[in-house]
Design a binder for this molecule. Sequence first.
Ligand code: IPE
Ligand code: IPE
Ligand code: MG
Length: 246
Amino acid sequence: MTAKDQIDKDKLPKHLAVIMDGNGRWAKQKGLFRSMGHENGTKAVREIVEACAEINIPYLTLYAFSTENWNRPKIEVELLMKLLVSSLKKEIKTLHDNNIKLNAIGNLEALPKKAQRELKDVIDKTKENSRMTLTLALSYGSREEIIKTIKEISHKVKNNLISPENIDETVINNHLYTQNLPDVDLLIRTSGEQRISNFLLWQIAYAELYFTDTLWPDYRKNHLFEAILNYQKRERRFGKTSEQLK
Ligand code: IPE
Ligand code: IPE
Ligand code: MG
């Protein structure tokens, strides 16, 4: 039986998030420029989007560019932005044909105008799609998101639209970039690094974490199916005892 066949369809993560890491090291190992790592990373993106659609995972969120990534050499940042635009252009039809809705989170206004336009275009064209929501985290940083949230809520308090006593998890959730997404169930990071790197800090409060040494450009459907099988073997207790769950 293949890994895919062993997956329990009733125990799928509703929201899968992925920190796609290792493009640079993949290229270096092969004596190539980092740019080749990023280009080959787009193949892995396609594989994982398809894999999630095949097994019916409703929400997939991919960490594509962090607020900290702006500090990389200018030439690499430019290449990543160009790659974003060309990938969006190339994939729009496939996304639409597969009934996938594109969404984006992050400080999108920091992106080059061309990337903003392309992104908006794909988001508009796919907005009625319902099979899966694919969210790209672009110029995304969890701390920036939390600061934005606090500012917005503070303004509402100041204008008497909300009282401090009524601030709860729902109010906070409703002000995050991820307001339309459920909490993350499974977070995968490739490349062997075991850190969160400012990704979805609030939203992963009870996520299962899965780290793999595979470098992102080598990541294929079967790797994902293995990660899901691993996730399905875990007991998610949410603070309760094991007996309580029985
Ligand atoms: C992930 O690969 C892609 C982005 C962060 C944009 P890296 O570029 O971080 O690759 P490594 O970590 O240097 O190998
Ligand atoms: C995290 O990877 C960001 C993305 C995958 C987009 P990085 O490669 O930027 O993270 P650090 O710097 O190693 O923590
Ligand atoms: Mg990295």
